[in-house]
Design a protein around this ligand. Sequence first.
Ligand code: AMP
Length: 116
Amino acid sequence: MVEETIFSKIIRKEIPADILYQDDLVTAFADIAPQAPTHVLIIPNVLIPTVNDVTAEHEQALGRLFTVARKLASEAGIDESGYRLIMNCNRDSGQEVYHIHMHLLGGRCLGPLLAK
Ligand code: AMP
């Protein structure tokens, strides 16, 4: 049994969020606790708890995450300065919300990839 998270409510607009993009496959919204001047979450509309649950059926939606990331990075003016895309999986990564999401982070120098 796959349990919905707060992100399903954001997709259905049942709770407020700063939605920057939405189509039939994905939704993008501002992270509530931004770690950089630009911090957007891009998620598939279908509930996939972790990357471990990804199947070939999800390829179209997951590919869309990248085209939307590119579009939003360009709109935010960080495409040339650079940005980072992160997707956490399970406990050791620090995943908190079990509906996969791509973090789009930029607008400042992001430093080394991993905290020590
Ligand atoms: P992760 O640690 O990869 O699971 O990231 C979860 C992210 O979701 C964190 O950056 C949170 O700040 C963000 N988040 C949690 N609840 C909300 C919400 N209601 N609206 C926007 N972002 C949220």
